[in-house]
Design a protein around this ligand. Structure first.
Ligand code: MGD
Ligand code: MGD
Ligand code: SF4
Ligand code: MO
Length: 804
């Protein structure tokens, strides 16, 4: 196999030197440079054993799960290749090929940022000063602290932090949660950083979350994508991006992309791009429906058959008389404003004429596939955008039949590999995931009516101890990092923090005890396909391709030791090693799928048993579409709720902070930190949205130099705005607002609309004199929750930019 250009060591080394001299402040790049074998002579040293291939997997949170074929020699990784699966017939003519990040794993493993030994903090919390300790001392300290916090505050004071860096089945998160539930419990969270608004809202609209597989586009004549960027966020060859490409090849459907950026997906699918200002999707939808009503392009009788709240006649009992969506659109609702295309044009930035034309295109399409990625919902008013886009499907009649969708983004079928089992958590209290800093700082503000607290009327003591496994939210991924760092630095608030990672991340610096875990390539497991493999599903048997280096260990063994200190090792292990759990899980599957071979035959062979969901099973709510009376939805009305009865209950009973607003219909709501926040907009006149870049998966892989070289982190600025500020492509710029200031390179491009900027999220934060020279976006984001689901508003930001 030919070497990939970006893995050519000599070229890479030269380019990296150029690159790192430009960006010498960027610690991540500079340190990765040191990982490359710089001496040609060293790599040419004759070796004794022949090279062999072993199989691992990339367990990161990109929605895919790719097997990695790893070439090893003398216990060292030479190269990572795509696994050649034997049943291409299942997926068509392609494989579950890993993307550039998966292929770069060698550089993630041999990285000088690696954590090598257990350590304890010696300086102030957050300062990053540590001392090496033994595993015995580390595990004993954790057991002692857990006992102390349980005895002093009770189990609700122990928090297992959100962290998505590694989806293991028999170590990592699963091992910690088994340990904690057996030890006495921990404070739960609900929501995710990914989908708080869409997953929180959809039960009120569709009853349950579902999306149609992209294979259905084979039968579409029009595809409308809101904030959906498969080419960058679903890069696996076995996943959704490939499915969509093939389906488009068959149908030749026109693609319309609604996004502030002309994304890679726009390029790949030859889409027409309608640039839209962030937070305004609900305004666009309102004007689309306005046109459909005025031009009589929709059938109101049909809408009433499937939905409530479009007109007054189908409003539920808790609605105001003029509270229908049609009232809102035609100007007879409580704001008295007609939602004309001209009205929407000033808010969204899309010309009124184009809005009218889009309404006609959607209404006249035979089968329009309408979907949304999760960018439009990661906003302060994200719930309303979600609701509007879903309602558009129902109102225009594009759901429940071939070639259509629900407005959502499909999850994939899981193969069904078991996780380490655990008893139910004895603690029932759950906080919204984005509220954890408040659960440390002001636990008294938590009630069911203020922050949607579940399982209790109030929090007892807030968070006093935190376990942070494979997550970087503490120092990198949460909103408003300056505030977050201040809260964490005070060790009288959250008294004890354990961090388990592979690398010395910004979060690791906040650990009291810091533990090194195996990287994917040093670990063994049996894992499922991930949540975005499209209609494909399979399992992967991975075996450590090299021996774990230094004192790095699997967290299964670490948690077993902690259980031992607490006196229940046997309960934790049930007498099994991790390898024996893996084998047990396989045999449990084999008991049902009797055609599978014995474990010995498949152990460590990568992808096993590829399956594909049937296309006819792909369309959600098809039975409801056929006969809504016989197959009602699980909403209170049994129909899709354009007026969401359950949201109105919150409107009536919940207490919101000043300036926050919620409504039961899909209204456009102007929000803080958007261009409609007029006072702030004068000071910070650029909207800024983050995006998930192909250069890293959040912060994972962001310390790998070869990938950083291929996909640098840059802030996208439209030439008009750049010229106003004397900024040229490649210039280093300061981006700032009331929350903080960062330094990053500028990409001057027409691929982002004027007055909107966009930057990748996930770069490692490196603070120097109050400025983040690592360019992490979260020094500029806020911690204001969205009103209905208390989700993260991390894409809703205003900034100003200056040449540095
Ligand atoms: N390469 C890579 N892949 C990933 C990840 C990664 O970090 N890197 N992360 C993974 C994870 S955990 C998740 S949750 C998903 C995230 O998937 P998404 O949430 O869909 O990804 P984003 O890039 O945040 O947003 C998608 C698009 O929304 C646009 N957008 C922002 N605001 C608005 C708006 O108000 N309206 C409209 N119409 N568009 C808007 C952005 O410009 C962006 O192009 O991706 C997964 N895949
Ligand atoms: N501004 C802004 N912020 C965002 C987002 C955004 O769109 N904009 N997106 C949000 C979203 S959707 C998400 S899901 C979160 C993601 O936030 P996180 O879940 O924190 O994900 P990562 O940043 O990738 O951090 C994962 C950590 O796991 C570590 N890791 C990787 N492999 C292993 C392993 O095998 N063992 C151990 N112990 N550690 C490992 C990595 O080194 C890394 O430190 O970020 C959120 N933050
Ligand atoms: S980051 Fe995602 S697409 Fe890339 S190799 Fe890993 S699992 Fe596959
Ligand atoms: Mo996510």
């Amino acid at each position: 196999m030919a070497t990939l250009p970006f893995l050519n060591i000599e070229t890479t080394r030269r380019k990296l030197l150029e690159y790192s001299s430009k960006l010498s402040a960027t610690a991540a790049v500079a340190s990765s440079l040191a990982t490359l074998p710089l001496s040609k002579k060293a790599s040419a040293t004759p070796t004794s054993a022949p090279a062999e291939f072993k199989y691992s997997a990339c367990l990161v949170n990109c929605g895919s799960r790719c097997a990695l074929k790893v070439k090893v020699q003398d216990g060292r990784i030479l190269q990572v290749e795509p696994a050649d699966t034997d049943s291409d017939a299942v997926f068509g003519e392609h494989q579950i090929r890993p993307c550039l990040r998966g292929r770069s794993n060698k550089f993630r493993v041999y990285n000088p940022d690696r954590l090598k030994y257990p350590m304890k903090r010696v300086g102030k919390r957050g300062e990053g000063k540590f001392e090496r300790i033994s595993w015995q001392e580390a595990t004993q300290t954790i057991a002692d602290q857990l006992t102390r916090v349980y005895d002093t505050y009770g189990p609700e004071a122990v928090y297992f932090q959100y962290g998505t860096g590694a989806y293991y089945h028999t170590q990592g998160r699963e091992a910690w949660l088994r340990l904690l539930t057996q030890a006495g419990g921990y404070l739960n969270y609900f929501n995710s950083y990914s989908t708080a608004q869409i997953n929180g809202m959809t039960p009120f609209t569709w009853g349950k979350y579902a999306g149609t597989h992209f294979t259905e586009i084979e039968d579409s004549d029009l595809v409308v994508l809101f904030s959906l960027n498969l080419s960058e966020t679903r890069m696996s060859g076995g996943g959704q991006v490939e499915e969509m490409r093939r389906a488009l090849e068959k149908s030749g459907a026109k693609v319309i992309l609604i996004d502030p950026r002309y994304t890679d997906s726009g390029v790949v699918s030859d889409a027409e791009w309608l640039p839209i200002k962030p937070t305004t999707d609900a305004a666009l939808v309102a004007a689309l429906i306005h046109t459909m009503l005025k031009e009589e392009l929709i059938d109101e009788e049909q809408i009433s058959k499937y939905a409530i709240g479009f007109g007054r006649d189908t409003l539920p009992a808790n609605a105001a008389e003029n509270g229908s969506y049609k009232d809102y659109i035609l100007g007879s609702g409580k704001d008295g404003v007609e939602k004309t295309p001209q009205w929407a044009a000033t808010i969204t930035g899309i010309p009124a004429k184009r809005i009218v034309q889009l309404a006609r295109e959607i209404a006249n399409a035979k089968a329009c596939y309408i979907a949304q990625g999760w960018g439009a919902q990661r906003h302060h008013n994200g719930e309303h955008s979600v609701h509007a886009i879903q309602s558009l499907c129902v109102i225009s009649g594009h759901f429940g039949r071939a070639g259509t969708n629900t407005g959502n983004w499909a999850y994939s079928t899981k193969y069904g590999v078991p996780l380490l089992p655990r008893p139910a958590n004895p603690v029932k209290t759950a906080i919204p995931v984005f509220s954890w800093t408040d659960a440390i700082e002001n636990p008294e503000i938590f009630t069911p009516e203020t922050l949607g607290l579940k399982g209790a009327d109030k929090l007892q003591h807030g968070i006093k101890m935190m376990i942070n496994q494979a997550g970087n939210v503490l120092g990198n991924q949460h909103g408003d990092l300056n505030r977050t760092r201040q809260i964490l630095a005070d060790d009288s608030k959250c008294e004890f923090i354990v961090v388990i990672d592979n690398h010395m991340t910004p979060t690791a610096k906040f650990a009291d005890i810091l533990l090194p875990e195996t990287t994917y390539l040093e670990a063994s497991d049996l894992v499922d396909n991930a949540y975005a493999s499209g209609s494909n599903h399979f399992m992967i048997s991975m075996e450590n391709t090299i021996e774990p280096m230094w004192e790095v260990r699997s967290t299964y063994d670490v948690c077993a030791d902690i259980a031992g200190h607490l006196g229940f090792k046997q309960t934790f292990t049930e007498g099994r090693s991790q390898a024996q759990w893996i084998e047990k899980h396989y045999n449990d599957i084999r008991a049902k799928r009797t055609y599978l071979p014995e474990f010995e035959k498949v152990r460590g062979t990568g992808v096993i048993d590829q399956q594909r969901a049937k296309k006819e099973d792909s369309i959600p709510f098809a039975d409801f579409y056929q006969d809504p009376a016989a197959n009602p939805l699980t909403t209170p009305s049994g129909k899709f709720e354009i007026f969401a009865t359950k949201v109105q209950e919150r409107v009536d009973t919940w207490v919101l902070p000043d300036g926050h607003y919620m409504t039961a219909i899909p209204e456009y709501v102007p929000v803080p930190n958007s261009h409609m926040d007029l006072e702030k907009f004068q000071k910070f006149p650029l909207q800024m949205t983050g995006f998930h870049t192909k250069g890293h998966t959040h912060s994972t892989y962001a310390n790998v130099g070869v990938v950083a070289e291929a996909v640098p982190d840059e802030i996208w600025i439209n030439p008009i705005n750049a010229q106003q500020r004397g900024i040229e492509n490649g210039d280093m710029v300061h981006v700032f607002n009331e929350y903080g200031k960062i330094l990053v390179a500028a990409k001057v491009t027409n691929r982002v609309m004027p007055d909107v900027t966009a930057m990748p999220q996930g770069a490692w934060s490196v603070m120097k004199n109050g400025v983040d020279i690592g360019g992490c976006i979260n020094n500029l984001t806020s911690h204001l929750f969205s009103p209905i689901t208390k989700g993260n508003p991390q894409h809703t930001n205003l900034v100003e930019i200056q040449k540095a």
